[in-house]
Ligand binder design. Structure first.
Ligand SMILES: [Zn+2]
Ligand SMILES: [Zn+2]
Length: 67
């Protein structure tokens, strides 16, 4: 599934880092698709993310996560 409201969101979702194989390990990666919605990654050593309802770049409303 690819729902990207803007170019910057799209670029972040498809960023490939040469250093971090898993993008959840990469501090440069901000957003992740999860359960049909989007989360903002929390780089605390784990793979946690907080759900976001709006795009951090353009402010567009994002689809809600399935629960
Ligand atoms: Zn956007
Ligand atoms: Zn990286």
């Amino acid at each position: 599934m690819t729902i990207s409201c803007c170019e910057r969101m799209n670029a972040d979702l498809h960023r490939e880092c040469p250093v971090h194989e898993d993008r959840t390990d990469c501090p440069d990666a901000f957003v992740i698709e999860m359960n049909g919605g989007f989360g903002l990654m929390v780089h605390d050593g784990g793979s946690s993310a907080v759900e976001i309802a709006f795009c951090p770049w353009c402010g567009a409303k994002l689809p809600a996560m399935a629960r």
